[in-house]
Design a protein around this ligand. Structure first.
Ligand SMILES: [Zn+2]
Length: 544
């Protein structure tokens, strides 16, 4: 094990390439640009932005990035070594990477490092595969790119594992190991920037990773090794930690652990868990307090609701829902926590949901600076039954704060929705017409009506509300809706009359995104509640 103090380790973030290989995960180009800017400020060293190839998203993103400052963070494109029996000069991956080298100076090149894959997937000879790697690396380097090499199936190659993780016979294992080392030696000879050992199947263990990376750093003292893990055995973070402690200088993964099958290694977990214990330094210590807000921006950019139990950055990471722990935490803060939440920019959470009771409402209102007494807390419960039962205040502390201010009568009465209706007509041919009508109260006494068409009911309601409110409160024009997630609650018991929880994130230039929630048996009403909270917050913020 290397000495622990001040082990600088580079973060190589691949949310926009490997991380996108899972169902129902998308990101828009503007959201991707915004996320990359945040990563750069935080201290991510490299960001992989896509596959080399005719891919609309990568093209649009690279174009958009030409005018964006990503500071010291360098961008990378992923590509394959040339195909067999092709000239590297004609290889499309290489052409694509070279044509973008001005803005994206790193080529992350995947090589087959396991003999089995060379013979079965590439259907070529070991010698030809070595040549394919050699020529592609040399060509990219000669074109002025820095080349990192991903050793696909590297861990399985060394450990002698074949399809489905089955152990090879001893002779194949020996051949596999020798071939792996031939490839390493060739890459070291070509002075590639990083040799990244991939646990492509997620089947490795920390002991194996420690042995492999430890051996490589000893055998090739001049080379720089990285590790790319997956979480199929639930060991991705432990494997990355083992790689770092054994001398890896780069760790690859995705901020939120998104990715194929069970996901890539979750970088927020690796960063928080190791840097807070002094085991590695990924970012400046002053950056670390931005970890929670970086994760929240990433969740918002991908339209994901943060998983309650995500280590370090999840809403429940420093939470107390049980009444007994809640009162102990109050007497002896930190008794139930492994680190000080402030170090990663989180607050100890006092949960408010169906189980937590009045005490937690009082505690949380105090913590947020909108203290309720016992009578007011009861009024809060009476007025917000659905939100409490449906976890709306777990999803959004901001909505809790606004609800407390309503009980305290400290929230200025800027607007209210007095009534609304939606006309929604669809036909067999697929045409649809949606129009929302609303009656709004403005200030204490004005009543106005408004209407708008939209792509769907929520869109029409939001447009109608904005159309009128922006006349009275121009600040609203500066904010926009980010993402929108809907969770059905208690469907088993209620069938289609179940409640739904809607969380909405909002963006405005130069501001942290903010999240609000609404719970109702009607989807449109739940969405409207969340959107009204989002508007109320922004108007409050602008009045400060
Ligand atoms: Zn991967």
């Amino acid at each position: 094990m290397r000495e622990m103090e001040n082990r600088r380790v580079e973060l190589f973030e691949t949310s926009l390439r490997d991380g996108l290989q899972q169902p129902n995960l998308e990101i828009s180009v503007p959201n991707a640009v915004g996320l990359l800017e945040r990563m750069a400020v935080f201290g991510v060293r490299y960001a992989e932005i896509g596959f080399a190839g005719a891919n609309r998203f990568v093209e649009d993103l690279t174009t958009a990035l030409h005018s964006v400052n990503t500071g010291a963070m360098e961008l990378a494109l992923f590509g394959r070594t040339r195909g067999r029996e092709t000239r590297v000069q004609d290889w499309p991956d290489a052409q694509f990477i070279i044509s973008h080298k001005q803005r994206v100076p790193i080529a992350a090149l995947v090589v087959k490092s396991r003999l089995l894959d060379v013979e079965k997937s590439l259907e070529t000879t070991p010698e030809e595969n070595l040549l394919m790697a050699f020529e592609t690396i040399a060509y990219l380097q000669d074109s002025g790119l820095e080349v990192f090499v991903d050793f696909e199936h590297g861990m399985d190659a060394v450990c002698g594992r074949r399809e489905n993780g089955i152990a090879c016979d001893p002779a194949s294992k020996q051949r596999s190991l020798e071939y792996f080392h031939q490839m390493v030696a060739q890459c070291v000879g070509q002075r590639v920037g990083r040799i990244v050992i991939c646990d492509t199947t997620g089947g490795a263990s920390p002991e194996e990773v420690a042995q492999v990376i430890g051996g490589l750093t000893r055998d090739y003292p001049g080379a720089r090794f990285g590790f790319h893990g997956h979480t199929d055995r639930g060991l991705g973070v432990a494997n990355s930690r083992a790689a770092i402690l054994a001398g890896a200088v780069q760790i690859q993964g995705t901020l939120l652990g998104t990715g194929e099958r069970c996901g890539n290694v979750n970088l927020t977990t690796v960063i928080g868990s190791m840097q807070l214990r002094g085991e590695a330094e990924f970012v400046a210590s002053t950056s670390l307090s931005g970890l929670t807000s970086l994760a929240n921006s990433a969740f918002a950019a991908f339209g994901l609701e943060p998983p309650h139990g995500a280590p370090i950055v999840g809403p429940g990471a420093f939470g107390t829902w049980a009444g007994m722990h809640g009162s102990s935490e109050r007497k002896n803060p930190g008794a139930y926590l492994w680190c000080d939440p402030a170090l990663v920019g989180a607050n100890p959470t006092i949960g408010v949901n169906g189980q937590s009771g009045k005490a937690n409402i009082i505690l949380l209102s105090e913590a947020l600076g909108v203290a309720l007494n016992s009578t007011q807390a009861q009024a809060f419960i009476d007025a917000n039954e659905n939100m409490i039962e449906g976890g709306g205040f777990t999803a959004s502390e901001l909505s809790f704060k606004l609800a407390s201010m309503r009980v305290l009568e400290t929230l200025p009465h800027r607007f209210s929705v007095r009534s609304w209706r939606v006309f929604d007509e669809s036909d067999e041919a697929g045409s649809r017409f949606v129009q929302a009508f609303m009656s709004l109260g403005i200030g204490e006494s004005t009543i106005v009506t408004t209407r708008a068409e939209g792509a769907g009911p929520v869109d029409a309601l939001t447009k109608a509300m904005r159309r009128e409110l922006e006349k009275w409160y121009p600040a609203l024009a500066k904010m926009r809706l980010g993402t929108f997630t809907v969770t059905a609650l208690d469907v088993t018991a209620q069938d289609s009359a179940a409640h739904v929880r809607v969380t909405v994130s909002f963006f405005a230039d130069g501001h942290e995104p903010w999240v609000t929630a609404g719970v109702n048996s009607d989807l449109n009403q739940a969405a409207l509640m969340a959107i009204m909270d989002g508007f109320d917050y922004w108007l409050l913020k602008n009045a400060e």
